[in-house]
Design a protein around this ligand. Structure first.
Ligand code: FMN
Length: 172
């Protein structure tokens, strides 16, 4: 359709990385982009923790089976939301910022793996995240290993997720 739509459709989660480090200046640039994400009243209720310490990444990789990729990723990112900054919209605001970060990373040739770590107690302690802040997700970040094959993926057709005018009405 157009190159941005192709880019959005072709993006896949990456779970294996080259060892090449990611420059901090580049990570800062991705965070700069994330701060442009749409968010209520432009309060930007989020923080990013950039994790390069191998011991911390290794600990995080043991959270659950799907977290293992962070051990070998050159960088881990913890995305933290601040409900005190935007009490009603922190969750969607921070999700938007996360996706802006992720898409910006792909646009410069990096890959991202996600880790479900919502409010994970061990991760919050390791990363010294205050109790009143919310750990939204962990990301593995790095240059993709060219041998990594993304998992098979099917997506729903629009008709499967679309109602017309009100909930439950099928579009003919
Ligand atoms: C909130 C969230 C949590 C996820 N948790 C994990 C995870 O713990 N481990 C993992 O390998 N992938 C995880 N993923 C990645 C999804 O499995 C992946 O996005 C989905 O299967 C679609 O594949 P794609 O990203 O390659 O298009 C997560 C994604 C999201 C958005």
């Amino acid at each position: 359709m157009n190159s941005i739509i192709d880019f959005l459709i072709e993006r896949r989660s990456i779970r294996k990385f080259r060892s090449e480090p990611v420059k901090m200046e580049l990570i800062k640039e991705l965070i700069r982009v994330a701060n442009y994400a749409p968010n209520s009243n432009n309060r930007e209720p989020w923080k990013f923790i950039v994790i390069t310490d191998d011991l911390i990444k290794r600990e995080l990789s043991t959270l659950h089976k799907g977290a293992s990729h962070i051990a070998e990723a050159p960088v881990g990112i913890a995305v933290v939301a601040e409900p005190d900054v935007s009490p009603e919209t922190w969750m969607i605001d921070t999700a938007n910022a996360t996706l802006y970060f992720v898409l910006a990373a792909y646009s410069v040739g990096l890959g991202v793996g996600w880790i479900a770590a919502y409010e994970n107690k061990k991760a919050k302690e390791l990363l010294k995240i205050p109790q009143d802040k919310v750990l939204m997700t962990l990301l593995s970040l790095g240059y993709p290993d060219p041998t990594y094959q993304p998992r098979h993926k099917d997506v729903k057709r629009p008709e499967e997720v679309l109602f017309k005018d009100y909930w439950g009405s099928k579009m003919l």
